[in-house]
Design a binder for this molecule. Structure first.
Ligand code: FAD
Length: 313
């Protein structure tokens, strides 16, 4: 084995694929299968929300945008190019990273939901996470990789197991490293039958811990959500789900009385800055690749490429 990757969320799988497709022999060890990670709860649109530092995020985000846009053109990946709006009842400036988008524009007045005064409209890759994670796992195994469900008790215990170990443990890095700078940011979402909505919508009015958004995925639509800092309870709460559906239906009347199909909860691994750096581990090297906050699906390929470049020398 050349490389041992810890974690099978979007970050671990993308990193493992990048290394395996470069010709290295890669094993993933994970505490949970991809469908039970935080990654499966994501919306998931390309963007750089709640992630830093800005200079590196722009580079990782550019790579993520390129890779995900290409995947959107391939069948079976779970990724498509989607149009959507981010709207507000007050003044709204596009984020610095939206400069990477090619078709960002202000919303026409007719595109704003009732009561909203500002917004922008753009097209970006959107992943249906259960399908996308399945695609990533299959692609990893096709590149010769092996995935083992086997929790790691400590990073020190991995010394000597592979020349390169990559820690992609997400919010669990807080205890595993340990790294107190990692804060879980709980996100609960509702999966509902899609009443025919085609464009995604995010309400950018700050109202922590709430954030109202909807991401259509064909026959289903993902409704959100929460941004609850420091809360690591992964059980869905019925009262939160009810408020999510009501808040979305208040903006999009077609969601009134919508059929609920399921609930997901994820812990965004927030850190002021993504930790992407290496340190010695026995005679080998331990890479850290965690802390992608609200943007791990979007940053994963850029971070993976950076590690692969250095590992290949
Ligand atoms: C509601 C919600 C909406 C989001 N929307 C978006 C979005 O629109 N766009 C976007 O880019 N991002 C979005 N995100 C953020 C994104 O989901 C995360 O940044 C991303 O999933 C982090 O991926 P990860 O692989 O680092 O962590 P995880 O998906 O949590 O994976 C961590 C992996 O490490 C494993 N692990 C942990 N501890 C151990 C151990 N001791 N031993 C072995 N394995 C271990 C776990 O089992 C798991 O496999 C959203 C998140 C949430 C919750």
């Amino acid at each position: 084995m050349d490389v041992l990757v810890i974690g099978a969320g979007a970050v671990g799988l993308s990193t493992a694929i990048s290394l395996a497709e470069a010709g290295l022999s890669v094993t993933i060890r994970t505490a949970a299968l991809p469908a039970q990670t935080t990654s499966v709860a994501a919306g998931a649109v390309w963007g750089a929300v709640k992630v830093g530092p800005p200079d590196r995020v722009l580079g990782w985000g550019r790579t993520g945008l390129e890779v995900l846009s290409k995947l959107a053109a391939e069948p079976g990946t779970g990724v498509r190019m989607a149009a959507g709006r981010e709207v507000s009842r007050g003044p709204l400036e596009p984020y610095y990273w939206t400069r990477l988008l090619t078709d960002l524009r202000d919303c026409e007045e007719s595109e704003l939901p009732d009561g909203f005064t500002n917004g922008w409209h753009y097209t970006a890759p959107l992943a249906t996470m259960p399908v996308y994670l399945d695609y990533l796992r299959t692609r990893f195994e096709r590149a010769g990789g092996t995935l083992e469900v086997s929790p790691v008790a400590s990073l020190a215990s991995l010394a000597g197991q592979a020349p390169v170990v990559v820690n992609c443990s997400g919010a669990a890095a807080r205890d595993l490293v340990p790294d107190p700078a990692v804060v879980p940011v709980r996100g609960q979402v509702v999966i509902a039958a899609n009443p025919g909505i085609e464009e995604f919508l995010v309400n950018r009015d700050p109202e922590p811990p709430w954030i109202v958004y909807m991401f259509p995925h064909g026959d289903t639509i993902l409704l959100g959500g929460t941004n609850d800092e420091g809360n690591s309870d992964t059980d869905p709460k019925p009262e939160i789900a009810m408020r999510i559906v009501a808040s979305c239906a208040a903006i999009e009347p077609r969601l009134r009385g919508v059929e609920i199909l399921g609930h997901r909860v994820g812990l965004r691994p927030w850190r002021p800055e993504v930790r992407l750096e290496s340190e010695p581990l026995g005679d080998g090297v331990l890479w850290h690749n965690y802390g992608h906050g609200g943007a791990g699906i979007s940053m994963a390929w850029g971070c993976a490429a950076e590690i692969t470049r250095v590992v290949l020398g």
